[in-house]
Design a protein. Sequence first.
Lengths: 113, 113
Amino acid sequence: SQQGEEDPQALSIQEGENATMNCSYKTSINNLQWYRQNSGRGLVHLILIRSNEREKHSGRLRVTLDTSKKSSSLLITASRAADTASYFCATDGATSGTYKYIFGTGTRLKVLA
Amino acid sequence: KAGVTQTPRYLIKTRGQQVTLSCSPISGHRSVSWYQQTPGQGLQFLFEYFSETQRNKGNFPGRFSGRQFSNSRSEMNVSTLELGDSALYLCASSHPGQGYEQFFGPGTRLTVL
């Protein structure tokens, strides 16, 4: 089963509004990453947060991590039409020797102009 | 630096055939991972190579195999194609492999008829 589950599955907002999406995972992690994918193309890395960090910012993006709840959230502020995409969280296994990332199911964000 | 390139971008095969997909990582990246993306299963990890060695493998049948060359380029092979193998196959490279962002290629869309 997948490590990460994003919530909501789909989100539709007006341009200028904030968008929040959540990710839950099941096992201990070393770090968690968020990616964006535009319409069936390759993924673009947005931000990485390590297990000992609680919050991280990058431009209009804010990511939080709560390891006690095994959850993370991605906030996109002042959204733009160009933010329309699918967003995925990816977690790595904390098990030694594990070099794979498990991706969540994704949140489809639609920003209306 | 040039990004991750994947060839071919689109491929149509029939059941029972085999296919080879190619991935050229970003210069200097020694880790290459492969993922399968389908609407039903989402993004699933296939395998990861580092310095010509497979370091980790996902839960896919033996029909899926890969290799990495000394220049870090990687190939993925699927034998005896099934209809369910129709998917977007994504390749990602990263510098050391764990705990770092992955850079994705545009993917190869495989259709099995």
